[in-house]
Ligand binder design. Structure first.
Ligand SMILES: Cc1cc2nc3c(=O)[nH]c(=O)nc-3n(C[C@H](O)[C@H](O)[C@H](O)COP(=O)(O)OP(=O)(O)OC[C@H]3O[C@@H](n4cnc5c(N)ncnc54)[C@H](O)[C@@H]3O)c2cc1C
Length: 94
């Protein structure tokens, strides 16, 4: 428990140091109005094999969005859904 508390204090200290360093290249970022809600960590190493229509190597199974390692943002994730949906529709019409 004590170890956890020490680590948390060290992380907090590192975050404050980071903001102070960022202040020199982005003035205002460590100002009193900046609110830090949480720290975001992203992992994008996992990526499924898909074709141009985002269909996986398993027929009729599509991988879209960030979870599949395909996209990294709202617009891309949305469009990946549209691409998959269009391909599914085309198959249904065949
Ligand atoms: C703090 C933050 C800020 C961001 N700011 C921006 C920004 O400014 N601009 C931008 O373009 N992108 C931003 N992003 C990234 C953007 O949110 C993602 O790229 C986008 O939401 C990915 O969309 P998605 O549909 O792939 O996944 P998500 O939006 O994560 O949707 C996945 C959904 O699946 C649901 N789910 C998970 N597991 C299961 C399950 N087992 N069964 C059923 N449902 C399940 C989840 O509840 C979730 O609703 C931000 C992300 C974060 C975290």
């Amino acid at each position: 428990m004590l170890n956890t508390a020490i680590y948390l204090l060290l992380y907090l200290h590192a975050i404050i140091e980071t903001f102070e360093a960022l202040e020199s290249i982005c003035p205002g970022i460590s100002g009193k109005d900046t609110i830090l809600y949480g720290v975001e960590v992203k992992f994008y190493s996992a990526r499924l094999k898909v074709n141009n229509n985002l269909e996986t190597e398993i027929n009729n199974i599509y991988a879209i969005g960030d979870g599949a390692g395909i996209t990294r943002g709202l617009l891309q994730a949305s469009i990946s859904g549209v691409i998959a949906a269009k391909d599914i529709l085309a198959k249904v019409k065949e």
